[in-house]
Design a protein around this ligand. Structure first.
Ligand SMILES: Cc1ncc(COP(=O)(O)O)c(C=O)c1O
Length: 427
């Protein structure tokens, strides 16, 4: 059976970005079964025992309550499960002094679907044939944005500026406001904060500046807060969520231990929420309610934000410290390596300046010594211009054990040394 595919069918049946690399990684893992492989490529959060226990306890509470049948045996509203919507409104109103009502909140089956709704509601061709762009203000960013738009030419990303600390071997991306263009041709703006893959956190001022550029055109600004406070609170630096008329604060419960339950949350202006809600009704009626019901319990009791701050954040922050310390001792001071400032998320981002081979070739060489990371060039969706930097970076996941991270980084340092040495010799 070989059915003819439409344009959209062809596009959607392609694997984009990191999903394409994952195929290679999975094959490597399968072929290397029994071999010692340090897999530092995963985006899947680890199962932390305290977090698992929280969800077990909430499940027991739900099972024992009269609400259970209502949750799993009946359809619900497209907007989401009312007790979860109320729990979020109450928590955010108290925590951030907001005035949210239930009309400001939408629950989706994972936040990936939320970006799909938004990208195709606000980006693409209008009724009068104008192309509305989906702007990614700072590239690299989440690879999943590459696959969400049914009109691929709508996606446009901007190169950042780099703050480089040569002696410390650290760097940080900043949005380049001299290049960034938000205009009547913009449909929406999306960025992750903290950022997957880099761990960058845009400052409150940078976010406000982007929102202010978009406001005169009524352009929605989606702040992908999959790693942000109050949960999972995977920020290692101070940051405050920014709310406003044209911002859509987008959350995910995947990094608080519920990736399998698929829960995304959008908070914003009622009009934007209504558009996305209708999209959802057409697509899937509503997200599954079991995960929403246990999430409501954990938010109402206050356990979830505490778990995020006291268990989840320190766990990954320690992993970053292990990685950073290992690179400090293992990497030659004479090589031009730069680790992105670890401001949040569950990844480290390493830039090997003037790398004599591509990131893909470096990834292959690392595999030979049993270390798997993700080549960085997959994280620049929408960036149209050629940029050498794209082929000089690696994403290293903090989901390995301390030992795996230490050995992985020691081996990486050795491979880097050899690769640069070879090119110096040839030169
Ligand atoms: C920045 C970012 N946004 C969105 C997602 C999608 O998350 P989910 O669909 O599980 O909510 C991820 C997943 O890793 C992510 O890293």
């Amino acid at each position: 059976m070989n059915p003819a595919l439409t344009q959209i069918g062809t596009q959607m049946s392609n694997l984009t970005g990191v999903r394409a690399i994952m195929k290679d990684i999975n094959e490597t893992l399968r072929a290397g079964a029994g071999q010692e492989l340090n897999n530092l490529s995963a985006g899947n959060p680890l199962i932390l025992p305290e977090v698992e226990q929280l969800w077990r306890d909430c499940t027991a509470e739900l099972l024992a309550s009269s609400e259970y049948g209502e949750v799993v045996c009946r359809y619900g509203s497209s907007q989401g499960y009312t007790p979860l919507i109320e729990a979020i409104a109450n928590d955010f109103n108290k925590r951030y002094g907001l005035n949210l009502s239930d009309r400001n909140i939408l629950i989706t089956p994972g936040s990936q679907s939320l970006y799909f709704y938004a990208a195709n509601s606000f980006g693409g061709y209008t009724n009068s044939g104008e192309l509305k762009q989906i702007v990614l203000p700072l590239s690299p960013d989440y690879t999943g944005y590459g696959g969400v738009c049914l009109v691929p030419e709508a996606l446009i990303a901007y190169k950042p500026t780099l703050d480089i600390d040569e002696t410390a071997h650290r760097f940080k991306y900043r949005p380049d406001f001299n290049q960034l263009s938000i205009s009547e041709n913009t449909g929406c703006v999306i960025f992750s904060r903290p950022c997957n893959p880099t761990g960058n956190v845009l400052s409150d001022d940078e976010v406000k500046k982007i929102a202010a550029l978009a406001a005169p055109y009524d352009v929605p600004v989606l702040v992908d807060s999959a790693y942000a406070p109050p949960f999972p609170a995977l920020n290692f630096t101070e940051m405050t969520p920014v709310f406003g008329n044209n911002t859509l604060h987008c959350m995910s419960l995947s990094k608080v231990g519920l990736p399998g339950e698929r829960i995304g949350i959008a908070i914003g202006d009622e009009k934007m929420i209504q558009v996305l809600e209708s999209f959802q009704t057409n697509l899937c009626i509503h997200p599954s309610r079991y995960g929403q019901a246990i999430a409501a319990l954990a938010i109402n009791s206050g356990a979830l934000p505490i778990m995020a701050e006291q268990v989840i954040r320190p766990f990954y922050q320690n992993k970053f410290a292990v990685l950073e310390n290992t690179l400090e001792t293992a990497m030659s001071k004479d090589l031009p390596w730069f680790l992105h400032r670890g401001e949040g998320a569950i990844f480290a981002w390493l830039w090997l300046q003037d790398l004599p081979i591509t990131d893909w070739e470096f990834y292959q060489q690392l595999k030979q010594v049993g270390v798997i990371v993700v080549p960085g060039s997959t994280f620049f969706p929408g960036l149209r211009e050629e940029w050498q930097h794209k082929h000089q970076c690696l994403r290293i996941s903090l989901t390995g054990s301390d030992e795996e991270i230490v050995t992985g980084m020691q081996r990486l340092a050795k491979v880097a040394e050899e690769v640069y040495q070879k090119s110096y010799k040839v030169a």
